[in-house]
Design a protein around this ligand. Structure first.
Ligand code: UN1
Length: 511
């Protein structure tokens, strides 16, 4: 017997069960018999935020079957109608933004303004995709023959798997789900276990907005089991994954066996270059937000600061003095600059890198785990700055924490060389007042995203997002690129000449 959870419009829903969630398969919340459960916790306080089913292979199968059954009906639903449902999701999310923003902060630890920003990014993207339902454009081009019409149309891929990380627990799921659904696909969604409640609440909004049963399904559980089962399921035609490089490589390889489209958004080691003519107070605010916003746990976080020697010491002094007034603490308190890191695992990994950094570079600021009082309940680290030569491990490897490596350079050319000599290529930035140099940098920096006089974080949803090198495998999400990821192109030739016309052969003689 499945335990049915009360859920849906007009009813008490899962909150009545105090954050206890089932799987959402074929339009129903249910807990499989003898299911094991896991919990998510607040990284600031250690309190439990939600309890979830550790799904098994059999649950994944039921979810992909439900998605496959729902696919013919959903693909036939006119895209503008699909868009109306998305608009309703966005509307509901706007109404619940304060509550959802707090949930993001409670479950993931980013400060409340950023928790609300995460939800706003979801709303923006869902609304943008709703409008896309009235476009989904193809191309119309001339034929080489007479009385023949050539065009392309977009078709959905089928069942897609969306596997998402914990650092943007509502935004990244919505980037994937809304783009997949407007394109006519059906979805099986697996959120990161650490932020599964945010994932489940996102799904509830789609449910309440009237997404038909089976069109969006939720499975929770460990990536090694649930994620792999999803990627390998023969019904799944495409996979969209955001996470670490090692996991991404594995997803890619497993997907390749089934010749699936695998979209990967992986790591970054994003540089900010501060040139000698930069507006230093502006660069200071940008570096602070880029490096220590979300406690450095963004793929786009500023993790390398490349500074021209002429402004090196003054800029670093400004930065460290500013950090003295950058309180680390309760992420729900609006005066807090930085909250905890997301989990014990994260904390351990970051502290290991800090220990490594003290051996291979010079610790300039921070470097400690914060202790005493409320700090002891969570994973609070000091914002940390190392002065380092280019090439050290801390300046090359993705740490995903509030650790900034600062590298001194003598020229623009050296700055670009250092910026580009890295395995990743997501975001990049240059602060300079020289417009010629700024535009040169746009061409020179090897990355999917370049900012001028702005930090490496803060991408807007209607532009493509993604990177080169180990950051991904060539795709882009968000923007119009999102539609490309989730559709197949069909090329159509309509011959209305009422006779056989042969391309390449008859073109010369066509009358
Ligand atoms: C991520 O860190 O994976 O540009 C996404 C930004 C956000 C998205 C980051 N809009 O920082």
């Amino acid at each position: 017997m499945y335990l049915r959870h009360r859920s849906g419009p007009g009813r008490e829903g899962v909150r009545a069960l105090e954050g206890e969630y089932g799987l959402f398969i074929d339009g129903r919340w249910a807990t499989p018999p003898k299911a094991e459960r896991f919990t998510s916790t607040n990284p600031a306080t250690g309190e439990t935020v939600g309890s979830f089913v550790a799904a098994g292979v059999e649950d994944v199968r039921r979810a992909t079957e439900a998605a496959a059954r729902a696919f013919p009906g959903w693909r036939q639903t006119p895209a503008p109608k699909r868009g109306e449902i998305l608009l309703s999701v966005a509307h509901r999310m706007r109404e619940r933004k304060p509550e959802l923003g707090r949930l993001v902060t409670r479950e993931m630890g980013k400060v409340l303004s950023e928790g609300l920003g995460d939800v706003q990014e979801s709303i923006d993207f869902i609304e943008y995709m709703a409008g896309e339902g009235r476009r989904l454009t193809g191309e119309t081009v001339p034929s080489e023959l007479r009385s023949k019409f050539c065009l392309t149309v977009r078709q959905p891929k089928g069942v897609v798997a969306c596997i998402t990380p914990w650092n943007f627990p509502t935004a990244i799921p919505n980037w994937k789900i809304a783009a997949a659904l407007i394109s006519g696909n059906t979805v099986v969604f697996k959120p990161a276990s650490a932020t599964a409640r945010c994932g489940a609440e996102v799904v509830r909004l789609y449910e309440e907005a009237g997404v038909p049963p089976g069109v969006l399904n939720l499975v929770t559980g460990p990536g090694g089991l649930v994620g792999n089962a999803l990627v390998e399921d023969p019904r799944v035609r495409a996979v969209s994954f955001t996470g670490g490089v090692d996991a991404g490589r594995e997803v890619y390889q497993r997907g390749a066996k089934g010749l699936k489209m695998v979209h990967l958004e992986l790591g970054g080691k994003n540089p900010v270059i501060v040139m000698e003519d930069a507006d230093l107070p502006l660069a200071l605010e940008g570096v602070l937000f880029g490096a220590f916003g979300t406690a450095g746990q963004r793929c786009t976080a500023t993790s390398r600061l490349i500074v021209h020697e002429k402004v090196y010491e003054p800029f670093l002094t400004m930065l460290t003095q500013r950090l003295d007034r950058f309180p680390v603490g309760d992420p729900l308190d609006p005066t807090t600059g930085m909250g905890p890191v997301a989990s014990a695992d994260q904390e351990r990994k970051i502290l290991d890198y800090i220990a490594l950094g003290t051996r291979e570079a010079k610790l300039r600021y921070g470097g400690e785990k914060l202790r005493g009082g409320a700090y002891d309940r969570g994973y609070f680290l000091q914002p940390t700055i190392f002065e380092t030569a280019h090439g050290t491990r801390i300046s090359r490897e993705e740490i995903f924490g509030p650790v900034l490596s600062v590298i001194r350079v003598g020229t623009y050319e050296e700055a670009v060389r250092v910026a580009n000599d890295i395995d990743y290529g997501l975001s990049s930035s240059i602060y300079t007042r020289d417009v010629n140099r700024a535009f040169r940098a746009v061409g020179d920096l090897e990355a999917g995203i370049t900012y001028v006089n702005a930090p490496t974080i803060g991408a807007e949803v209607h532009l493509p997002f993604g990177g080169i090198k180990n950051t991904g495998n060539g795709g882009r999400e968000a923007g119009s690129a999102a539609i490309e990821e989730f559709t197949e192109i069909k090329t159509v030739f309509v011959d209305f000449s009422a006779r056989l016309q042969r391309a390449q052969i008859d073109a010369e003689s066509a009358a």
